[in-house]
Design a protein. Structure first.
Length: 99
């Protein structure tokens, strides 16, 4: 329990610093310092999956196109359905920016 509390404190500290980053270049530098290439690729892939799900592309089609397992896609789909407020906010922001 104490370890979880301590981890949450550091996570909150990180989030506070992260939201204060001044520009995309600094965000990129921080992400590259914190995460391995594999972790960054996993984040990018998860974002691609969420965007494709939002476009109505079937899980099977996403699996075939990206070469990922259905379980990975189902996780994104379930998150969108059950909570997903963060995903929906990003998707709305994405459509406004036309990324």
């Amino acid at each position: 329990m104490e370890k979880r509390k301590n981890n949450q404190k550091y996570a909150n500290d990180f989030f506070e610093l992260f939201v204060a980053l001044p520009n995309k270049e600094i965000v990129n530098q921080v992400m590259e310092d914190f995460f391995t290439l594999s972790e960054l690729e996993a984040v990018a892939q998860r974002w691609q999956i969420v965007k494709m799900l939002e476009q109505g592309i079937s899980q099977r089609q996403i699996s075939e196109k990206l070469g990922v397992g259905i379980a990975t896609i189902t996780h994104g789909s379930q998150t969108l359905k059950q909570k997903g407020d963060g995903f929906r906010w990003l998707l709305g922001r994405n459509s406004k920016l036309r990324i």
